[in-house]
Design a binder for this molecule. Structure first.
Ligand code: F6R
Ligand code: ZN
Length: 193
């Protein structure tokens, strides 16, 4: 395997990674079942807002052990639930990941198959380490975009199905302008390994 150096430029204001090899745009219509208030989902589907964008840069000239990327989560809510990512386990369960927040204000939900859950704060300068075996979802609880950088093993892969089926046991909601963590009434542990 050949490993050569490469560089990338992330615009700190926008979170855009220059010449990203992959740009993923996720709209509400890409993930309607992930939000708990299905009436609110239906009401907002006509507008179908972009919830977040992810930019991934792979080494353009040789294989590499790491992927680098950035994510930009827009501010807003679906009902009272803040805009958030789908969230996933890595297919290669032991693969870890590191997030570095550049701007905005967020929460990182971390959940194991056993149901163990942790909620971490994301703010400019905060580095979050995500160990293998923990599903991870990011939530924008601020009024401007939440922008963070990420690095993870290139062969980690993504398992979205488990989280789509069982959800996280906690929701992050806007309670009169203040982010609040509440129990997810639709949480269905044990449905999927
Ligand atoms: C990569 C990773 C992030 C997310 C991105 C979007 O392993 O964790 O780059 O992929 O923040 O979130 P998802 O993938 O859950 O839609
Ligand atoms: Zn990940």
């Amino acid at each position: 395997m050949k490993h050569l150096p490469f560089d990338a430029l992330m615009e700190l204001e926008s979170g855009v990674i220059d010449e990203a090899s992959q740009v993923i745009n996720r709209r509400l219509s890409d993930m309607p079942s992930f939000f708990h208030d299905q009436d609110a989902v239906q009401a907002q589907l006509e507008e179908d807002p972009v919830l977040y964008r992810t930019y991934v840069k792979q080494n353009p000239i040789s294989s590499s052990l790491w992927n680098i990327g950035s994510s930009v989560i827009e501010p807003g809510t679906v009902g009272n639930e803040y805009f958030m990512t789908k969230g996933h386990f890595h297919l290669k369960e032991e693969a870890p990941e590191v997030y570095f927040t550049v701007s905005g204000s967020g929460r990182l939900l971390l959940q194991k198959h056993s149901g163990e859950i942790e909620v971490k704060k994301m703010a400019p300068g905060v580095i979050n380490y995500i160990p293998g075996g923990w599903a991870h979802r990011t939530v924008n609880v601020g009024e401007k975009p939440l922008i963070f950088f990420a690095v993870w093993p290139a062969d980690a892969g993504h398992n979205y199905g488990a989280i789509e089926e069982m959800g996280f046991s906690r929701l992050v909601v806007n309670d009169r302008g203040v982010p609040k963590i509440i129990d997810n009434p639709r949480y269905a542990p044990g449905l999927v390994k």
